[in-house]
Write a protein that binds this ligand. Structure first.
Ligand code: NAP
Length: 278
């Protein structure tokens, strides 16, 4: 039976340490402020931004929320981002995705000033991550790396397999593992013989968006299994991309859903905001 990696606990420790740091900064007269922009009325996004505002409140980061109508024009969104870019009292800006299809999300991410891009989606930060330079790293992969570190799992020289190649999870995850000297394979919907690849993995990160996709018989005995997936079931519960029941008996370490990577993502966002204030 695998060791269950308690993301909730690690995230809580990260938040406590950040709270101390933010309190000290406040005593020195520095107030941290974070702005979130949401366009339209997506119910999942509402939950995500509520979690972000709660974490800010806990840590002592001032929080501003901008909810824009789904019919807005691109110019309105860009004007708001520019306004926030130019405000010295705002340290971090986040545009909650998805946004309505008529808007250009790439242009919006590009417009968020790299120094305030606490989600790590501006191409400058993405490029720096590829070059192995200091930058803002997307919060979910960053959270996975922190979790591995907390459990003393050294990735150097390991065969790591990332399933999923999205810009927000899969690709930055690949870079994070590579930057720590893992040998990384990235898989996607066109990958052939996925089973042959996952069976060789010492570390597997599942970011597919399909419930219970990775089964126990797809993993090697003793593999580290990280489940990024958040799939909402009809009964309202959530489950991951890993079939936890069958995987837990083969894996050496495994993250649960909920309580694994999810809380780490928010904690790393807070960490990025503190970093941005410096
Ligand atoms: P996404 O943009 O939908 O990407 C899914 C990826 O999975 C794509 O690259 C896709 O390949 C690949 N894929 C689909 N079917 C596959 C198959 N049969 N075999 C191999 N690869 C396959 O999703 P995402 O935004 O990366 O999110 C992934 C999951 O993580 C979702 O459940 C999401 O809710 C969750 N998530 C969690 C957090 C967190 O904080 N825990 C944060 C973000 C996302 P193609 O590129 O070829 O289509």
């Amino acid at each position: 039976m695998a060791i269950i990696m308690d993301g909730k606990d690690v995230a809580s420790k990260v938040r406590s340490a950040l709270k101390e740091e933010v309190t000290k900064l406040k005593q020195d007269g520095k107030i941290l402020r974070f702005a979130v922009i949401m366009v339209g009325d997506n119910s999942a996004s509402k939950i995500y931004i509520k979690n972000k505002s709660k974490a800010c409140q806990e840590i002592g980061i001032e929080y501003e929320e901008y909810i824009l109508d789904s019919n807005i024009e691109m110019k309105e969104l860009l004007d708001l981002i520019e306004k926030l870019n130019n405000r010295e009292d705002i340290h971090g800006i986040l545009l909650q995705s998805p946004i309505p299809k008529h808007l250009d999300i790439d242009e919006a991410f590009r417009t968020i000033r790299p120094e305030k891009d606490v989600d790590g989606f501006n191409p400058v930060n993405v490029g720096k991550l590829c070059l192995g330079q200091d930058c803002f790293v997307a919060c979910t992969p960053l959270g996975v790396m922190k979790l591995l570190e907390e459990y003393n799992i050294d990735v150097e020289g390991k065969n790591a397999v990332v399933i999923g190649r999205s810009n927000i999870v899969g690709k930055p995850m690949l870079q994070c593992l590579l930057n720590k000297n893992a040998t990384v394979t990235i898989c996607h919907s066109k990958t052939k013989n996925l089973l042959d690849i996952t069976k060789e993995a010492d570390i597997i990160v599942a970011a597919v968006g399909k419930e219970k996709f990775l089964k126990g018989d797809m993993i090697k005995e003793g593999a580290v299994v990280i489940d990024v997936g958040i799939n909402r079931l009809e009964d309202g519960t959530i489950c991951g991309d890993v079939d936890f029941e069958s995987a837990k008996d083969k894996a050496s370490y495994i993250t649960p859903v909920p309580g694994g990577v999810g809380p780490m993502t928010v904690a790393m966002l807070m960490s990025n905001i503190v970093k941005a204030s410096k």
